[in-house]
Design a protein around this ligand. Structure first.
Ligand code: SF4
Length: 605
């Protein structure tokens, strides 16, 4: 089989840092599944943290499994070979727990694909006493309802402590001889655990939700878990080091969780609240240990906005001190243009000169205020000027199209802003001699996501996206500017799944049964297949994606408490669309989002 596939390294395991235990000596076996190819899954920091955390329990063995690419699938079907975990080579059906991380909605069909190949019944209600418990976590489970038919229990929020609690609980349940039903019922008592079978959903005639009722004492709302102290949170000193190239082939350390900004479209900015930074000393120690144990030659300091770290400059000084001499290159993937000081550029330039990536998100100041980007044109141009003076010549700009209240003027504004950056470069006497500038615009389609102020907004139709993309193309006049965009068809289905309810389980199953896997890849996605499945199941994707929602409507995710109150989201939506007011950064002024009920203290003194 391995000889017949393009990348055998995806399937062999045996990496340095992989954990091997005696399967007969442990009490619980956990298959951690990433519903995408090996190279994508192995680039994900969360998986590595949870792999290490669970394996730190002597009586738990956590192993890994990834989705086999099309060529391997063909081989597996031909030889009737099941999907196995990389460490033991045992099929998924042999495990006590099969756990998935759902990082993006378009991976939902791959969850079914992996269960199917692993010999686990797809539907929760069809699993028997001998089958594994199927669990799922990750950002998408803030609205897990479309996957409610397939997953026995969801883990809401941050997993470092919750996953271990669940493992300990399941060991106890096994020792007590509880059956599956009792195990799931009792598991619902763990904070952060949501067992969909314990809730009944009723619908109104217009298709909206009429009520959600918990059964057998299940909690309502179900509260997300958070890690209070990032310095004390477990972080792996050793991780499996891939033997083939992965998407992010480097050591990564998370420097902070949450975000102070409150961009109104950004789900991560709300579901990871509050802002919690690790101390520079902790980051430095963790980064050194990880680079030493893995031998990686690149280190990435990860977060939603790394330059918002309160000690960013001392942190960079500390880290550069040993990375430079150790020939380890440093990458800082999430920088804010308004934090781009001369000092920061000087420090970054010591390690990287390739190009700068910024996300203004909208082309005009009016729209940037609507989305609460809290950045003005002057700051953007000042940041670019600093970067150009520091020797940079390549700028990549991320924008979003279809944002609430967007007009054609805003779309044309994207091209105008890029043009101003090109003009700025040529106006500088200090520009590098003989080099020209390159500005690339990358445009995503806006997707209204749960737990954001824009969760109430409608998504533009595909026709509207196509029209606006054409307008943008026509507005660009300089050959120094290039434009690329996301496919509106994928974003349409993603929007339907993101705000979907449990009736979409039938659609996802139908897509999978008609051959849909790897929907986040061009090789796998088919709009026609999704539309046919929606039709067959008598559901309308536009009902979920293109419909604005009233504040009173019961959303599928309203039964979950992620810390940020619905009233706060409504207030923010009104400030955006009616009053056109921005909201200050959390570090400057607290706007009372509601997360303090989780932490019991102010986020910033
Ligand atoms: S409680 Fe205040 S400071 Fe904390 S995340 Fe919410 S708005 Fe920001």
């Amino acid at each position: 089989m391995l000889r017949a596939v393009q990348k055998p390294g995806r399937y062999v395991g045996g990496e340095r840092g992989a954990v091997h235990k005696d399967k007969n000596a442990v009490k619980l076996r956990f298959a951690f599944c990433f519903p995408d190819v090996y190279e994508v899954g192995m680039s994900h920091l969360g998986m590595k943290i949870l792999y290490a955390v669970q394996n730190a329990e002597p009586d738990v063995w956590c192993e890994r499994a990834f989705a086999p690419w099309f060529d391997m699938r063909e081989q597996m079907l031909q030889y009737n070979a099941p999907l196995c975990a990389l460490e033991s080579g045992d099929p998924l059906r042999a495990f006590d727990v099969v756990g998935f991380t759902l990082q993006y909605e378009m991976s939902y069909t791959n969850l079914l694909y992996m269960l199917d190949l692993g010999g686990v019944p797809l539907l929760s209600k069809e699993r028997g006493e001998e089958d594994p418990i199927v669990v799922a976590g990750g950002p998408c489970v803030c609205n897990p309802e479309p996957m409610a038919d397939f997953v026995d229990l969801f883990l809401l929020g941050e997993g470092e402590q919750m996953n271990v609690e669940l493992c300990r609980f399941l060991i106890r349940a096994k020792e007590q001889g509880w059956d599956r039903a009792k195990t799931l019922r009792e598991a619902a008592g763990i904070e952060g655990v949501y067992v969909p079978a314990l809730y009944t959903v009723k619908y109104n005639k217009d298709g909206t939700i009429a009520s959600v009722t918990p059964k057998r004492g299940a909690p309502m709302p179900v509260r997300r878990r958070i890690v209070a102290d990032m310095d004390a949170a477990p972080f792996p000193q050793q991780i499996p080091v891939p033997m083939i190239e992965t998407v992010h082939d480097r050591a990564s350390v998370e420097v902070l969780r949450g975000c102070v900004r409150g961009c109104r479209f950004c789900q991560a900015g709300f579901i990871y609240r509050p802002f919690r930074a690790k101390r520079a000393e902790t980051i430095d120690r963790q980064a050194r240990e990880l680079c030493r144990s893995t031998g990686f030659e690149e280190l990435s300091l990860l977060s939603l906005s790394t330059s918002d770290h309160p000690e960013i400059e001392p942190l960079l000084d500390r880290v550069l001190d040993w990375t430079e001499s150790g020939k380890v290159s440093l990458s800082l993937p999430s920088l804010r243009i308004d934090s781009f000081s001369d000092e920061l550029v000087e420090k970054i330039s010591r390690v990287r000169k390739s190009g700068l990536t910024f996300a203004p998100e909208a082309g005009t100041q009016r729209l940037r205020d609507v989305i609460n980007k809290n950045i003005d044109e002057e700051e953007i141009l000042r940041g670019c000027r600093t970067a150009f003076e520091g020797g940079y010549t390549v700028v990549k700009l991320y924008f979003m199209m279809g944002l609430p209240t967007e007009t054609d003027e805003d779309v044309a504004g994207i091209a105008a802003l890029a043009q101003k950056i090109v003009d700025l470069y040529y106006s500088l006497p200090t520009k590098p001699k003989g080099k020209s500038v390159s500005v690339s615009i990358s445009c995503a389609c806006f997707i209204p996501k749960p737990f954001t102020p824009f969760q109430f907004a409608a998504q533009d139709t595909k026709e509207e996206f196509d029209r606006k993309q054409k307008l943008l193309r026509e507005s660009v006049k300089s050959r120094k500017i290039s434009v690329s965009w996301h496919d509106a068809s994928t974003s349409f289905i993603e929007a339907a799944l993101a705000r979907g309810d449990r009736r979409l389980g039938k659609v996802i199953l139908e897509v999978y049964r008609s051959g849909g896997i790897f929907d986040s890849w061009d090789e796998g996605f088919s709009l026609n297949r999704w539309l046919a499945a929606f039709r067959k199941c008598r559901r309308d994707p536009a009902f979920y994606a293109n419909r604005a929602r009233s504040f009173e409507e019961i959303n599928p995710w309203d039964m979950f408490d992620y810390g940020v109150d619905k009233q706060f989201l409504i207030r923010e939506y009104r400030r955006a669309t009616e009053e056109q007011l921005t909201t200050p950064k959390c570090s400057e002024h607290c706007s009372g989002c509601g997360i303090v009920k989780f932490t019991g203290r102010k986020c910033f003194d």
